[in-house]
Design a protein. Structure first.
Length: 302
C-alpha cells in the first residue's frame, strides 16, 4: 500500500471531488431479529441509507487510491424500536492490509452498547453545518474519524492526531445535547468503556507511548513480516511492555483493552511460533493486562 499523501490540512465535511476516492469501504448491517410484530421495511431502508452515507461521504482531504480504502464493518443490533426511537448495540470493526502479504490486520474491534437514535423512514442521512443534530450521524462520524485516525497512526508516528481531534469535537458537541435518551454514550463519567472514554485515552498525553507502539507494531513489525519474521516478531515483543506500563498507570483503560480485543488472536498466532523467551514474556504481559482471556493466552505456551 502506498503512503497516503496529505494535500492540505485535514478538512472536514466536504463532498467527493473527482480527484479523490472516498476513504472508507464500509459495510453496515442492521440486525432486527429481536424486534417482533412491526414493519421490517424501516430497517432495510435505514441499512441502505447508512451504507450510502458511509461509503459516499468524504471525511478528509487525504488522497486514497481505490485499493487503499479502509475496510470496516458496522453491525447495529436493534434491541427496541418504538416511536422512531432505536435502542441498539453497535459493533465496529476495521482492518488494514499488511505490506507484502494477503493478510489483513484488525485496527479496531469495539462494542458500543449504548447507541440510541431517532430515525424516521426516508429521512435524509446527512451532516448539516457540523452541528450533529442527529445522534445517528454523530455516532457514525465519530467512529469514522476514530478509524481514520487509527489507520494513519498505523502508518506514521502519531499520524492520526488531527482525526482524533475531530472525534473529540463530536464528543464535545454531543455532550451538549439535552439529557434525553440519545445522550447516552457521550458522558464523561457514565462508564469507562464508552465513546468519551475511548477518545479521551487516545488524546491523552499519557497514552503517547502506546500510540507510538501502535505505529511500531504495524510499520516496523507486521509490515516487515514478509521479509524477516523473526526480527519483526522480536520488534513487536520488545514493544509490548508499553501496553502493560500504560495499563498499570491507567487501570481499566479502554484503549488498551480495545487493542487486545482487536489483536488477541493475532498475538497468539504470532507468538506461539516464537522463542521460549518471547512466549514467556508475552504471555506474562498479556495475563497481567487481561487475565480474563487466560484460556486463550494459554495457546501461546503450548
Amino acid at each position: 500500500m502506498s503512503v497516503k499523501k496529505i494535500i492540505a490540512s485535514c478538512a472536514l465535511f466536504i463532498f467527493i471531488a473527482p480527484l479523490y476516492s472516498q476513504e472508507l469501504k464500509c459495510n453496515v448491517t442492521i440486525n432486527s431479529s429481536q424486534i417482533q410484530g412491526t414493519n421490517k421495511q424501516v430497517f432495510t431502508t435505514l441499512q441502505t441509507g447508512l451504507n450510502d452515507f458511509m461509503n459516499n461521504y468524504k471525511w478528509t482531504e487525504l488522497i486514497y487510491a481505490g485499493n487503499e480504502r479502509i475496510e470496516c464493518n458496522f453491525m447495529i443490533i436493534v434491541k427496541s424500536y418504538a416511536d422512531d426511537l432505536f435502542t441498539t448495540e453497535l459493533q465496529v470493526q476495521a482492518k488494514r492490509p499488511v505490506y507484502g502479504t494477503s493478510y489483513t490486520t484488525n485496527l479496531l474491534n469495539f462494542n458500543d452498547q449504548s447507541f440510541v437514535f431517532k430515525y424516521v423512514e426516508f429521512d435524509p442521512i446527512e451532516i448539516n453545518n457540523n452541528t450533529f443534530e442527529s445522534n445517528l450521524t454523530a455516532v457514525l462520524a465519530y467512529y469514522a474519524y476514530v478509524i481514520l485516525g487509527l489507520d494513519l497512526d498505523s502508518y506514521s508516528r502519531l499520524g492520526g492526531t488531527d482525526l482524533f481531534q475531530m472525534a473529540e469535537q463530536i464528543v464535545t458537541i454531543s455532550q451538549s445535547r439535552s439529557q434525553d435518551a440519545e445522550s447516552v454514550g457521550w458522558k464523561a463519567f457514565e462508564n469507562d468503556r464508552n465513546r468519551y472514554a475511548l477518545i479521551k485515552n487516545l488524546m491523552d498525553e499519557r497514552f503517547k507511548k502506546y500510540r507510538e507502539f501502535f505505529y511500531e507494531y504495524h510499520r516496523l513489525g507486521l509490515d516487515n513480516m514478509s521479509t524477516n519474521v523473526e526480527n519483526s516478531r522480536a520488534k513487536i515483543a520488545a514493544g509490548l511492555p508499553i501496553l502493560r506500563e500504560t495499563y498499570r498507570e491507567n487501570p481499566g483503560s479502554i484503549a488498551i483493552l480495545s487493542f487486545l480485543d482487536a489483536k488477541n488472536d493475532e498475538l497468539i498466532n504470532l507468538f506461539k511460533k516464537g522463542t521460549a523467551k518471547e512466549k514467556e514474556e508475552v504471555y506474562t504481559i498479556l495475563m497481567d493486562i487481561n487475565p480474563a482471556s487466560g484460556t486463550k493466552y494459554d495457546e501461546i505456551k503450548k
